[in-house]
Write a protein that binds this ligand. Sequence first.
Ligand SMILES: Cc1cc2nc3c(=O)[nH]c(=O)nc-3n(C[C@H](O)[C@H](O)[C@H](O)COP(=O)(O)OP(=O)(O)OC[C@H]3O[C@@H](n4cnc5c(N)ncnc54)[C@H](O)[C@@H]3O)c2cc1C
Length: 401
Amino acid sequence: MTTKPTAAVVGAGIAGLASSIALRRAGWSVVVLEKSQFRSEVGAAISIPPNATRVLSRWRFDFDKCGAVPNVASRFYHAATGETVMYEEYEDIEETMGFQSWSLHRVDLHRGLKGIATLEDGGLGEKVDGADVWSGQSRLIEDFTGKPSEVRPMGRSIYRWLVSMDDVLADPDLRPIYDGKLPGFKSWRDPVKEILWVSYTCRGGKVLNNAVVHPTQAGEGDDDLWHSHASRDQVFAMLENFHPAVPMRIVNLASEDGIKVHHLFKRPALTSFVNGRAVVIGDAAHVMMPTHAAGAAIAIESTAALEVLMAGVEAGDHTTLAKQLALFDKLRIPRCNFTMLASNAGPAWLAVPGVEQEIRRFYHGPLPPAGAMPWGHQFREALFNHDAYKAAEEALAESVA
Ligand SMILES: Cc1cc2nc3c(=O)[nH]c(=O)nc-3n(C[C@H](O)[C@H](O)[C@H](O)COP(=O)(O)OP(=O)(O)OC[C@H]3O[C@@H](n4cnc5c(N)ncnc54)[C@H](O)[C@@H]3O)c2cc1C
């Protein structure tokens, strides 16, 4: 009789749930330790491009049941003039990349993953020693890297709020922006104050998600990591240079306490995601700005690699485990660090001094040209047209040849 190898997964966020699904599919027994009881989730949506929906589809994730809305167009407006500076449709993304690009409410994505992970409630409410998996005080990451934590606030924060699409469509000025348009990003960018307001629908098109990335203001977001309150006046003051044609009334549609603000963090790229028999996945490995809406997607990719590489490992076989984890690093360090460094550099990315050199420390594949826009065709090709299963299977075959 053989015993299954066992993994402990710390944290049941998107990365933890996806890891536990992947490892179970690889034949492992999994224990999930999550400090919270999930009474609340972050009230915001998330876009999941084909590099990750490929993985979720293999797991039979039910996109329809989770209210997923296709994300097949991206429009950037100049915030000060209201003019369109970029518009791209990618309705053929499923045809060309094999899988759809979807937007979901985070709670719905989480619930869908939790259903597949068949997580026992017993795993919740278990805090593993260490303050938080990725925050500045994290002992877990310090233990993992053997260095003091280098996570720092970026000086950038996000206002986020959800509004009903019925309310948006009832407004004669807002209606033309969304009604009858292909679903996807509608974004307003103020390059002077470096503000980016991104909106898109989720929950079957019934809810509009809004996120305004902006320079952190004194005192905001300090009460709570995720759930600090921001007033409408705070948001209006931040958007003071925005053209009147910009849909400012969407701010008014937020409920009185409906706008939340949280800080964004960054950390230098890790040179390895592996330490002995431990591996970091998700924001613990590569916390990033949401420039390319890619943090969760790249984490889900990593779990597909884990699924392939861990399938051949037997309980107690630490030699094979070490070999497969070395392959994991070889596959994932270039992809994850490229995505993180490009995201953290913001839309101007290659114009930011030192960014290209830093990316080239880890990643030697083709780079989108300077000026390539987030979710524009060059970045879609670089970030989304990737089959993590195939890459892992090929690396594995090569390693045994
Ligand atoms: C505004 C914004 C928009 C974004 N949009 C997108 C997008 O459109 N597409 C995309 O792919 N990505 C997006 N991202 C990135 C994405 O949200 C993250 O990459 C993803 O949620 C990270 O998941 P995670 O599981 O690694 O971390 P988390 O979601 O932070 O989960 C960590 C879990 O670990 C638990 N935990 C922490 N410490 C302990 C402990 N000591 N013991 C036990 N449990 C613990 C926590 O309670 C939590 O549940 C966005 C990010 C932001 C900020």
